[in-house]
Design a protein around this ligand. Structure first.
Ligand SMILES: *Cc1c(COP(=O)(O)O)cnc(C)c1O
Length: 458
């Protein structure tokens, strides 16, 4: 028999989590104004709000914390991080930043100006935010299959080369500072980009003389999918695949709170010394001196170690197979989820789950509330609430996909927790026809409203 996958680690330290009663949860969610971001973490039993910064560090990472060098300039921790980045990603120059969006802020301060156009594959919200904040426009060139939740295309994060070429052809070169490729593509459901597509994008960009930047928070998960799904890569190691992936990027940003398995941290990787030197000025201004840039020495040490652990096949296999394990359980219950299963999360199609709740009453948010009420599991809405209002008309925007995401923290929960989550959702699914109404907005901020919005049940 083929052996099943098993975690490539064992547990040395545990953290208690507590169940609650339905009455308590009814009270807490009401007090939280039906916004799950307002819940206290001890009111949650299993927390699938995000996989960002919520992973469990290893014994080796904790040892590295003790070895951190907190010198202001030239710390050994900086050099440890530099060597890990050179070895794993292949970039000669780098700047540490306190997290991913800070890397975007520094790099885009050099590259993006008013009126620019930045094509990419479903830009992450902070990436888009940093582009739009500079009065530039993000153009989504993701393949159409990404928007069909039932389509099982293996690389739904891919860029549509025709859409991309349209943008490159129809705009002056000076208006396009770079193309951004997000690996894996978070906004389209944690879907990977194929090596062929990375290669083709680089080639097309080269033809027009444009730079390619990777937004690489989940680069290792992307490499795992390439190994599993793309011909010619089955016998390559994750590290070899990662090196080849990055060979098609001129520059990169990384939120290390994802695949580098640290609670805080990020960086920018450069090949071009000139660009690096320009970015140094902004890094010093916004983040800190170039050899720590918003990070403690101990955190840089843990990050360097995390980059190594995060690119080991056995770890990635247990990580991604655990997500698929949950996905399969839900599919077996008949629950509509995005296929294929993403690398870091399962996305439930709320329109199909709660067809009776009108889109104006935020079905994905209602589903997240029901999931929480059922057993204390916290997911998050990725739908009309998050999509905000149109900046001009101030009307609600209703995106094609109305999703409830359950992101799985790295090395944190067991498959028993996944079973618990699956049965919780199945129980809600069983009474889905009784859920006919959703929520209405009481109070909202002008942008990024989902974090602070106040709601009430209808
Ligand atoms: C998380 C993330 C970011 C932003 O990183 P933070 O560390 O949260 O600031 C950018 N891009 C992608 C694809 C991400 O997943």
């Amino acid at each position: 028999m083929k052996l099943p996958y098993a975690e490539s680690y064992k547990i040395k330290m545990v953290e208690t989590i507590k169940k609650s009663t339905r009455e308590e949860r009814e009270r807490w969610i009401k007090e939280a104004r039906y916004n799950l971001f307002n819940l206290r973490s001890d009111q949650v039993f299993i927390d699938l709000l995000t996989d960002s910064g919520t992973g469990a560090m290893s014994d080796k990472q904790w040892s590295e914390i003790m070895l951190g060098d907190e010198s202001y300039a030239g710390a050994s921790s900086y050099y440890k991080m530099k060597e890990a980045i050179k070895e794993i990603c292949g970039f000669a120059y780098f700047l540490p930043t306190h997290q991913g969006r800070a890397a975007e802020n520094v790099l885009f301060s050099v590259l993006v100006k008013d009126g620019d156009i930045v094509p990419g594959n479903s830009h992450f919200d902070t990436t888009k935010g940093h582009i739009e904040f500079r009065k530039a426009t993000a153009v989504d060139c993701t393949i159409d299959q990404a928007f069909n939740t039932k389509n099982e295309c293996p690389f739904k994060g891919n860029i549509d080369l025709n859409k991309l070429e349209e943008v490159l052809k129809n705009n002056p070169k000076e208006k396009i500072p770079f193309i951004v490729v997000t690996v894996t593509c978070n906004s389209s459901g944690g879907q990977p980009v194929s090596m062929q597509n990375l290669k083709d994008v680089k080639k097309l960009a080269g033809k027009y003389g444009i730079k390619v930047i990777f937004d690489s928070a989940r680069f290792a998960e992307n490499a795992y999918f390439i190994k599993k799904r793309e011909k010619g890569y089955e016998d390559k190691t994750i590290r070899e695949i990662v090196r080849e992936m990055f060979s098609y990027a001129d520059t990169m940003t990384m939120s290390c709170k994802k695949d580098a398995i640290v609670n805080m941290g990020g960086f920018i990787g450069f090949r071009d010394e000139e660009l690096f030197k320009k970015a140094v000025v902004y890094n010093i201004m916004f983040e800190g001196y170039i050899t720590y840039g918003g990070m403690s020495g101990r955190d840089m040490n843990a990050l360097a170690q995390g980059l190594k652990e995060g690119t080991e096949f056995d770890y990635l296999e247990s990580r991604i197979e655990q997500v698929a394990y949950l996905g399969k359980k839900l599919t077996d219950f008949g629950i509509p989820v995005i296929l294929p299963y993403g690398g870091h999360a399962i996305f439930v199609d709320a329109k199909r789950f709660l067809p009776k709740v009108p889109k104006e009453e935020f079905p994905a948010q209602m589903l997240a509330i029901e999931l929480y009420l059922e057993s204390g599991v916290r997911g998050v809405e990725i739908g009309a609430l998050m999509a905000d209002r149109d900046p001009v008309t101030r009307e609600n925007r209703f995106p094609e996909l109305e999703l409830m995401r359950m992101a799985i923290p790295r090395r944190v929960y067991t498959n028993n927790h996944m079973d618990y989550v699956a049965v919780t959702l199945a129980n809600v699914y069983e009474r889905r026809n009784e859920i006919k109404r959703g929520v209405k907005i009481i109070k909202e901020a002008p942008i990024l409203r989902h974090f602070t919005v106040e709601l009430d049940r209808i």
